[in-house]
Structures are given as C-alpha cells and as structure tokens.
Design a binder for this molecule. Structure first.
Ligand code: KIV
Ligand code: ZN
Length: 515
C-alpha cells in the first residue's frame, strides 16, 4: 500500500492543559515539548498565547527550544489574539497559527451572537491576518459535529481561499459517532471545491469514549492530521490519545493508508512525564501506557505468550518504551552520572544552582531508597520545580502519630512567608490530621476535590506520588508531592496546591468567550 503521511498534532500543552487542575509551568511545558520533539511529533500546540502572560512566555520558550517540530499557538478569530500568537511564535524555526470560530447554530446564536455571514467574515479576516505572521495557518470550525453541513462547506472553502492550509474539524463536545463523523469529513473533502489546497484534520473529545474511534474513522475518509494528547489528557473526558492513534496506525498498517513519523519508543516515558507533571495518574488498564497494558495475568495467556509472544500480544512492550527505564542510580552515583541521566530524560537545568538543589534531593532520596529509577528522577525534578514556584507556605517539619486504638495526630511546623508556625490536629488518619492542621493555619477556604496516591515504582521502598486537587470559588488547582513517606508526600502536595492557589494564576478559556 502506498502510504500517505498522517500529521500528528499534539495539543497536550494547550487542550490537555485545559483539564481542570492540569496547568503547567513554563519549564514543565518545555520539558514535555522536548520529549514530543524527540518523539518526532509534527506539530506541538504549545498554548493559547492571549490566555495569560504565563501561556505567552511558555509558547515563546518552547519556540526557542524546540527546533524540529512546528510550534503552534491557538488564537480566536480576532486581531488581538492573532497578533499575540504571532509574537509568541517569533523564535520558532517553523510556526503555525491555529485560529478558530464556532460554526454550529447553537454556538453562533447563543455564544457569539453573530449571524452565519458575520462568522464567515471573521474567519476570513482572521486567516488573512494570521498569514501576515506565518504561511502555516490552521482554521477550525468549533463544534463542527453539530454544524450544518452546507455552512461548514461554505466557511471551509472561504478559509482555504483566505490562505488556510490546514482545516480542522473538531468534535468539540464529543458528540460524534465514528461512522457518521468519518463520513462527514469524507463528504466535506469531496464537496469543498478547493479542498485539495489544504490538509484536513480532526480534533475529537472523548465524552462518549469515542475520540480515538472518531479520529481513526476520519483518517479512513481522508483526514491527514489528527489532533491528540498524551494519555488522552484534556477537558472533561479528554481528547483523543496520541499513543492510541499512533499505535493503531502502526499495528494495523494492513488497514490504514497512512503512516506517522512518531518514534513510538518514547511514548511511555512521555506518558510518565505528563502524568508526573500534571498529577493526573494513568489508569492501570489504559491502552498502551497503563501499567497492565502488557501484563498477562491469566495462566492460559501467560502460557501462550511464553510459547510465542504473538499468541496474545499485538504490539511489543519495548516498541512503546516499556523497558526503557531500566537504568538505576544509587547512593554512590555522582553528580555527573545524575546529570547525564537527567539529560538523557530530556531534563536540563537552567543553572548550577538548580542542578545542585536537585542533586541534594537525589542524595536525600538515595539514603532512603536503594535503587533510583527514571520515574523517581522525574518525580524528584517535578518536586524541585514545584518547590521553586512562588512559595507562601513551606514544610519545615512533620510528626505524625498513628497508633491502633488512638486518634491519629499530626504536628507540623510550616513556614509562612518565611516565619515558622507550629500547628497540630487529630484526624481520621495521619493524612487527614495533617490536612486539618494545614487548613487551620492557612484558612484557605478551599475544598479538597481529589486526593490520590500512586506508587512510582514497585516495592515497598517506592516513593508515593500524591496529587491533591483543591477548589476555591471555581478555581481548581492540582498540587503534587513525592516522598518515600506518604504522609510527607501528602503534606508536600497540599502545600504545593495552596501555593499555586495563592499565586492566583488564572487563565482565559478559549471556548468560554466570544471573539
Ligand atoms: O475542542 C475544540 O473545539 C478545540 C478548538 C479550539 C480546536 O479545542
Ligand atoms: Zn478541544
């Protein structure tokens, strides 16, 4: 079969980040972008430049660092958004502006309060304006799966005439069904007279669990770009997952008329990095990247796999990077080995102070834990960068007492703006006691929305990685912390969430506002 190229457009740093609580710092975005580049992702949507100064700076930093992938910024269909995107993308070797406007009757009438004619005018002006900054312009019809077909043909034709070279068909609300969605994309390509001048793309949300199926069906009908995220991260039920799209195309090369450039052995390390940074754990039975994805428990399966792997396995675990993380550092490893291993993981420090801080943490950890795996290093670096975020609160010391028959107690010393405060409380367990004590001190008024503990590696000496999600007045933040002591990890995560909440970083949401 003569294969065509399927462009992989990763939006983990933009749509993925729109997941409540998944916001990332500039440094974290750069780390993820570097692994995406190494993986040979074609386009990295690094953010939504006008959303916040932080997003603008992150896009700029990604554009400065990543040279082999095209860097993209989202922009609504208006001048200000596009100018901001163009500005952020200036350092890129290859840049793209992705502009969008809603095209479904319900969005045009109630959200935009615009007539269809006005929407077409906005789309055309936006695409033309974006072409002043780059010759690589993508146009999206937001809520395409609920858009009238004739109108979609009209606006797509106009956008291509205005200079868009990628046309994206988003299933914004996850309403699509594979047969119908794929067919619509196929009919669009057939009916739009200038469709040969653009690549057709899809961007599917997973509200009905169909994001990957819808995307792949569209590929069968002519789409040649898929927008996706690592681990399927994204708003509500998430976006189509990059790893599932890439591995479906690779594994079923007998069916799909396309191939991707993605080097799949970087998938698992990328998945772990995104999970560590965002604090969103990967469910064990998640396809490709879940801990059980290649575990054959049933005796009959194990027997078959041992005799011949292909009896039950359709992919090789090492092809997606499952066994890449073998290297172990220990107590006696030096600074050079530590630095070299981090560089191999795509982690570089801005200066010697940052490296020294991380190395000191590594030594502390190595005292508690004999073998340090890549996952430990990633958690450790995230912990260090979390602790360099603006810090109102800091953990000085913690004592937790848990005794059968007695109420658990926690006593903490917390630095608040540099001044030590002692607090204590009891609770239903040592973590509950520690959180109560913290809240008594901070009086944040935030509600605990999620508390999760994940063992980073196997074994009882594993570090526990804790995610704490807090909500206050509609603002949701995720804090993370890792330690071999899970009460300490929990307190670190709670403090991290409080610090993020205090820093007041709130972003505009691209779909909540009109143009
Ligand atoms: O889901 C969506 O419609 C989007 C667009 C901005 C492409 O994320
Ligand atoms: Zn989206």
């Amino acid at each position: 079969m003569n294969k065509q190229q399927l462009v992989i457009f990763d939006t983990t740093l933009r749509d993925g980040e729109q997941s409540p609580g998944a916001s990332m710092t500039k440094e974290e975005k750069v780390r993820i972008a570097k692994i995406l580049e190494k993986m040979r992702v074609d386009v990295i949507e690094a953010g939504f430049a006008i959303a916040s100064p932080g997003d603008f700076e992150a896009i700029k930093a990604v554009a400065e660092t990543v040279k082999d992938s095209t860097i993209c910024s989202l922009a609504r269909a208006n001048k200000k958004d596009i100018e901001r995107a163009g500005e952020a993308l200036k350092p890129a070797n290859s840049s793209r502006i992705h502009t969008f406007i809603a095209t479904s009757p319900i969005h045009m009438e109630y959200k935009l309060r615009m007539t269809p004619d006005q929407v077409v005018d906005y789309a055309v002006s936006a695409v033309k304006h974006a072409r002043n900054y780059t010759d690589n312009v993508e146009f999206s019809c937001e809520d395409a799966s609920r858009t009238e077909f004739e109108f979609m043909c009209r606006i797509v034709e106009a956008a291509i005439n205005a200079g868009a070279n990628t046309i994206n068909i988003p299933d914004t609300v996850g309403y699509g069904e594979p047969g119908q969605f794929g067919e619509t994309v196929g009919r669009l390509i057939e009916n739009v007279p200038n469709s040969d001048k653009a690549i057709f793309s899809v961007h599917c949300h997973n509200d009905l669990g169909l994001a990957v199926a819808n995307s792949l069906s569209a590929v069968m009908h002519g789409a040649r770009q898929v927008e996706c995220t690592i681990n399927g991260l994204g708003e509500r039920a998430g976006n189509a997952s990059l790893e599932e799209i890439v591995m479906a195309v690779k594994t079923r090369h007998d069916l799909f008329p396309v191939e991707t450039s993605v080097q799949s052995e970087h998938i698992v390390p990328a998945s772990r990095l995104v999970s560590t940074i965002t604090g969103f754990p990967v469910q064990p039975n998640k396809a490709i990247v879940g801990a059980n994805a290649f575990a054959h428990e049933a005796g009959i399966h194990q027997d078959g796999v041992l005799k011949r792997r292909e009896t039950y396995e359709i992919m090789r675990a090492q092809d997606v990077g499952w066994h890449a993380n073998k290297l172990v550092l220990g107590k006696h490893s030096g600074r050079a080995a530590f630095k070299a291993r981090l560089e191999a993981l795509g982690i570089k420090f801005e200066d010697d102070d940052a490296l020294n801080a991380a190395f000191a943490r590594f030594k502390e950890l190595a005292d508690k834990k004999h073998e340090i795996f890549d996952e430990d290093l990633q958690a450790l670096v995230s912990d260090v960068s979390a602790s360099t975020a603006p810090e109102k609160y800091g953990l000085v010391s913690l004592e937790a007492i848990s005794k059968t028959g007695d109420k658990p107690q926690a006593s903490l010393v917390i630095a608040v703006d540099g001044e030590d405060h002692a607090v204590s409380s009891d609770g239903d367990g040592p973590v509950d006691a520690a959180f109560r004590a913290l809240e008594e001190l901070a009086q944040s008024g935030a509600k605990l929305k999620l508390y999760s503990v994940n063992a980073i590696t196997s074994g009882t000496d594993s570090q526990g990685e804790v995610t704490v999600r807090l909500e206050r007045e509609g603002i949701i933040v995720n804090g993370s912390g890792a330690d071999t002591d899970i009460v300490v990890a929990s307190v670190k995560a709670y403090i991290n969430a409080l610090n993020i909440l205090e820093s007041g970083m709130v972003k505009a949401h691209p779909q909540l506002e009109g143009v």
